[in-house]
Design a protein around this ligand. Structure first.
Ligand code: TMP
Length: 201
């Protein structure tokens, strides 16, 4: 049987990382083989592109193209073979992040991104997307305790307002797939919600 493809999204500082390992453990405890991966990244080439994307200033379209180039490699080398072999994938960000950051944040037209999406992934979509939603001021406070900030994390509040709005718009467009999680809740309460969503898959 084909594995399930789960993606985890949210603005920087929304707290998704706290739940990645827990999600994998829960899926594994239910008897599935699971692989945790991330975007941009997930392959040796993708990780090289990631370090460029997170540090080098570049044109917004270059940024989008490199995100999708890394994604193409990730799909070919990791995601598609794993799903075909029955392995479940938990991916820290995927194409919704391109619509949110390059679309909402940088202002690229969604129609442009849709062309790249269709080229790179055909009909493949996640089975479940967990969108951690938090007001940017609180996300920024959480990030202040983290390591040195990368290129995206250094963006100003208005950028994250636009990213958040684009994510929420995606959730409105794809309500069956994208579940908005109120990330201001306690870790325990969030995990209860996540457990329910996994059980329903
Ligand atoms: P991370 O810090 O959650 O690992 O993500 C790295 C950054 O890359 C994050 O700030 C969001 C950004 N990003 C995009 O701008 N577009 C994308 O398509 C992806 C996957 C990530």
């Amino acid at each position: 049987m084909r594995g399930k493809f789960i993606t985890v999204e949210g603005i920087d500082g929304a707290g998704k990382s706290t739940h990645m390992d827990w999600l994998a453990q829960r899926i594994s405890a239910a008897g599935h083989v699971v692989r945790v991966t991330r975007e941009p990244g997930g392959t040796p080439l993708g990780e090289k592109l990631r370090s460029l994307l997170l540090s080098e200033p570049m044109h917004a379209e270059t940024e989008a193209l490199l995100m999708f180039a890394a994604r193409r490699e990730h799909l070919a080398q990791v995601i598609a073979p794993a799903l075909a072999g029955g392995t479940w994938i938990v991916c820290d960000r995927f194409t919704d992040a391109s619509y949110a950051y390059q679309g909402g944040g940088r202002g690229l037209a969604a129609s442009r991104l849709a062309q790249l999406e269709s080229w790179v992934q055909g009909d493949l979509q996640p089975d479940l997307t967990l969108l951690f939603d938090l007001v940017p001021e609180e996300a920024k406070r959480r990030l202040a305790h983290a390591r040195a900030l990368d290129k995206f994390e250094q963006e100003q509040g208005l950028f994250f307002e636009r990213v958040r709005a684009a994510y929420l718009e995606r959730a409105r467009q794809f309500p069956q797939r994208i579940h908005v999680i109120d990330a201001s809740r306690s870790v325990e309460s969030i995990r209860e919600t996540l457990a329910g969503l996994l059980d329903d898959l």
